[in-house]
Design a binder for this molecule. Structure first.
Ligand code: CP
Length: 316
């Protein structure tokens, strides 16, 4: 039974298959309802806007109905474990469970004992494979690589809090598998070697060479002291960076820096955006931005993931 837990060590052929299924879902969304009469469960133990709702939209598009369980209103608050929660929901006869949790490895832990496919919808700092899938798809779409999904020759920077980012881990894996060159950019407290990509601490020197810039917010909630987000210009309560002001001064994609990007280069962000910190509003909403296209493609990528895991993908 296929689970989708991460893109690290994920076979290239399976990744291409998922991307082709995403393309098919986008161009023929009403082709069939292969999950008609089935149930899909969202088990979200951490907040989400995009991922949870796009899994719901994807399940509906495939004809399924959705059980939507939020950690805050579940019996986890009474001491039930994530595994017991998942097993109880699975006992209701679901075709697949989509799991988001604060703890890295949660989805794999649930998958170990699961009797149905498990899709990792983001586990701590570990992986977010459907985000990686939609990111790779959006990049391929932006550069007319949808026939082969060969991304050779494209240079992508992932900028910001890479150390805390499950999005970065999945994106680096997916992009590298398909031939793109990836560089991670940020201050030493947030970016270092060991993520499978080149490292730069100098955004302005790499910016003119890039085809795509993926900006990440600072995930203060995952830093050692668990500090809350700090507004732009205020000191962050985090040991990972000196201050938000310094981070913004060196690593934000401002309107001025955006003008140094080459013609045709695109701006990506997985969301949520902290406008005015890592990304200027005019860049987020500007002509290079594919941020909302990423969100739109997320529904098709999750249709592909659900169909693939449930064995109802085209040709599956
Ligand atoms: N990109 C992403 O995972 O967003 P959400 O946290 O809103 O799901």
């Amino acid at each position: 039974m296929p689970h989708l837990l991460g893109l690290q060590n994920f076979p290239a052929a399976d990744l291409r298959d998922l991307l082709h299924q995403t393309l098919a879902a986008k161009h023929e969304p009403a082709r069939s309802k292969p999950l008609a009469g089935r149930l899909v469960a969202n088990l979200f133990f951490e907040d989400s806007t995009r991922t949870r709702n796009s899994f719901t939209a994807a399940a509906y598009a495939l004809g399924a109905q959705v059980i939507d369980l939020l950690g805050s209103s579940s019996s986890v608050s009474k001491g039930e474990t994530l595994i017991d929660t998942a097993r109880n929901v699975e006992a209701m006869g679901v075709a697949a469970v989509c799991v988001r949790a604060k703890q890295s490895g949660s989805a794999a832990m649930i998958a170990k004992d699961a009797g149905c496919p498990v899709i990792n919808a983001g586990d701590g700092k570990h992986e977010h494979p459907t985000q990686g899938l939609l990111d790779v798809f959006t990049l391929a779409e932006s550069f007319n690589r949808l026939d082969s999904f060969d991304l050779t020759g494209l240079r992508v920077a992932i900028v910001g809090d890479v150390a805390s980012s499950r999005v970065a881990r999945s994106a680096i894996a997916g992009l590298s598998t398909l031939g793109a060159t990836v560089v991670t950019v940020g201050p030493p407290g947030l970016v270092s070697a060991g993520f499978g990509a080149a490292v730069s601490h100098d955004l302005e020197s790499v910016l003119p060479m890039l085809d795509a810039v993926m900006m990440l917010r600072i995930q203060f909630e995952r830093h050692a002291d668990g500090a809350n987000p700090a507004p732009a210009g205020q000191a962050a309560k985090s040991g990972n960076i000196a201050s938000v002001r310094e981070f913004r001064a060196l690593y934000a994609l401002t309107a001025e820096r955006e003008r140094c990007m080459k013609n045709g280069a695109i701006v990506m962000h997985p969301g949520p955006i902290n406008r005015g910190i890592e990304l200027d509003a005019c860049v987020a909403d500007g002509p290079r931005s594919v941020i909302l296209r990423q969100v739109a493609n997320g529904v098709f990528a999750r249709m592909a993931a659900l169909a693939w895991c449930c064995g109802v993908a085209r040709g599956g």
